[in-house]
Design a protein around this ligand. Structure first.
Ligand SMILES: [Zn+2]
Length: 199
């Protein structure tokens, strides 16, 4: 399978679960875009998500097979990380934000001093992943790899100098309303529901 057709296949999987919408969208930044990721749709069709996770698990198996835990930030990536861990026969832990601070959920005692791979749903600024890295450092966990389903920065966001593996790197172009080619064509615009940034 060539890279191009694999990218097409991954795109089709995202479209299949309605996680990637094509049209004319008003983003929370106020800019307009042709593409919109509806993150929650990734987990509301487990059978479609499983096909995507199979590809991610195969990539991790090839590139970073030697680790103990998959760690994901709550809540959106929990199902994705959990399924990845299941496919790879690894353990799973998650981090959560309590009073604004990211911490590893208590109870994952075996995590300390282990090796982990971080799995996140969508990389935009890399902020959550940096916070997970800090949590893992505190627990003397060595990080064997960082993986996301979608890299919206298209590889332009370095995270503490580490590469981020992704199934789909897609830099989404956003336009000022005055400069939007879709407005110019008179296409009606959709404002998707604001995602819950607190979790
Ligand atoms: Zn527009």
């Amino acid at each position: 399978m060539t890279q191009l057709s694999e990218k097409g296949f991954v795109l089709d999987l995202f479209k299949e679960c309605d996680a990637l919408l094509q049209g004319h969208f008003k983003l929370t930044s106020g800019k307009h875009s042709e593409w919109y990721f509806e993150k929650i749709r990734l987990i509301d069709k487990p059978a479609a998500l499983e096909k995507i996770v199979d590809l991610l698990a195969a990539k991790i198996r090839r590139e970073a097979p030697d680790f103990d835990y998959v760690v994901s930030p709550a809540y959106g990536a929990i199902a994705i990380g959990f399924l990845t861990a299941l496919k790879l026969g690894k353990k799973f832990a998650f981090s959560q934000r309590t009073e604004e601070k990211m911490t590893i959920r208590s109870g994952f005692a075996g995590l300390d001093g282990s090796r982990a791979v971080i799995v996140e749903d969508i990389l935009t600024t890399g902020g959550s992943i940096q916070e997970v890295l800090a949590c893992l450092r505190e627990r003397q966990v060595s990080v064997a790899g960082i993986y996301v389903l979608v890299d919206r920065s298209a590889g332009s966001v370095p995270i503490e100098g580490r590469p981020v593996g992704s199934l789909l790197a897609l830099k989404v172009e956003a336009f000022e309303p005055d400069d939007c080619p879709f407005c110019a064509k008179g296409m009606p615009i959709t404002k998707p529901g604001a995602s819950d940034k607190k979790i």
